[in-house]
Design a protein around this ligand. Structure first.
Ligand code: NAD
Ligand code: 0WE
Length: 267
């Protein structure tokens, strides 16, 4: 008996076995969910297909979320294959590499456009398509980061995109509430994934958070467990929220003095 027996849903954003989306997929599979996957770009096909097969999924479709026609075509296939769905996971973000560092005022118009398009607008349009396959309601979860709220040096335009994403979660929750569809975000602490590996200084900030957060660093499994809750009927009428899965990092106002150097000598 699983929490998701008889439930079907889509996962957007698996790139490889380290993806947060894959942590969520494994948690859902363990609870009996039927899953479909969508990935970006032909090069990821050989990574995602075997992963999907390992959780018994026979629906794996390429879909670049910057392309409206590709999204429409993917949802037509989803409708054919699944009929109705119960949930959707959006775990997609991108900004051009040169935007993730350096002076924020140098953010380019095109970098801003790309970051907001892929990391924020995609949720709005995927939610609209998912709605048509959720006549009896459903649940949508997206992934965000603390850099939406407080400055995280070098996160730069991605912080702006995540702020827009979190606002979009609230507007979608309002709009889709009429359709009994819940929309929430998980704000995860830093995790070593493909998207994190291209980031200079990531290892240092992962280390820092691991030291400061009351419960240290989080992993894909922690996020998977939180996603299970938000996607399940245990989260009835919870909508428009940002749920922190960050080891408690966001509650801290200052690091524990025992880990600080400089200043007075500690005895
Ligand atoms: P990841 O690289 O495994 O996942 C990012 C996904 O975005 C990839 O699957 C990639 O193919 C997809 N993507 C990028 N451009 C796309 C496009 N045009 N069309 C379709 N898909 C596209 O890395 P991840 O860390 O698992 O990231 C997943 C989500 O989690 C992102 O929203 C990220 O911002 C968020 N997040 C990550 C961390 C972290 O530290 N890793 C922390 C908090 C939130
Ligand atoms: O959301 C993210 C990363 C998203 C991301 C990563 C990349 C790297 C490769 C978006 N676009 C790109 N573009 C690329 O070319 N995180 C929460 C992880 C992350 O990224 C940071 C962080 C953390 C944490 C960037 C700077 C500082 C901290």
């Amino acid at each position: 008996m699983g929490l998701f027996d008889g439930k079907k849903g889509l996962i957007f954003g698996v790139a490889n076995k380290n993806s947060i989306a894959w942590g969520i997929a494994q948690a859902l599979h363990a609870e009996g969910a039927t899953l479909g996957f969508s990935y970006a770009g032909e090069i990821l096909k050989k990574r995602v297909e075997p992963l999907a097969a390992s959780v018994g999924s026979d629906f794996v479709e390429e879909c670049d979320v910057t392309n409206d026609d590709a999204i429409a075509a993917t949802f037509a296939k989803i409708a054919d294959h699944f009929g109705e769905i119960d949930f959707l996971v959006h775990s997609i973000a991108f900004a051009p590499g040169e935007e993730l560092g350096g002076r924020f005022h140098k953010t380019s118009r095109n970098g801003f456009r790309i970051a907001l398009d892929i990391s924020c607008y995609s949720l709005i349009t995927l939610a609209g398509h998912a709605r048509e396959l959720m006549p009896n309601g459903g649940s949508i979860v997206t992934m965000t980061y603390y850099g939406a709220e407080k400055v995280t040096p070098n996160y730069n335009v991605m912080g702006v995109a995540k702020a827009a994403l979190e606002a979009s979660v609230r507007y979608l929750a309002w709009d889709l509430g009429k359709d009994s569809i819940r929309v929430n975000a998980i704000s995860a602490g830093p995790i070593k994934t493909l998207a994190a590996s291209g980031v200079s200084g990531f290892r240092k900030s992962l280390n820092y958070v691991g030291q400061v957060a009351p419960m240290g660093n989080v992993d894909q499994e922690d996020v998977g467990q939180a996603a299970l809750f938000l996607l399940s009927d245990h989260a009835t009428r919870i909508t428009g929220e940002v749920l922190y899965v960050d080891g408690g990092y966001n509650i801290m106002g200052a690091p524990d003095p025992t880990m600080m150097d400089g200043g007075e000598k500690s005895e």
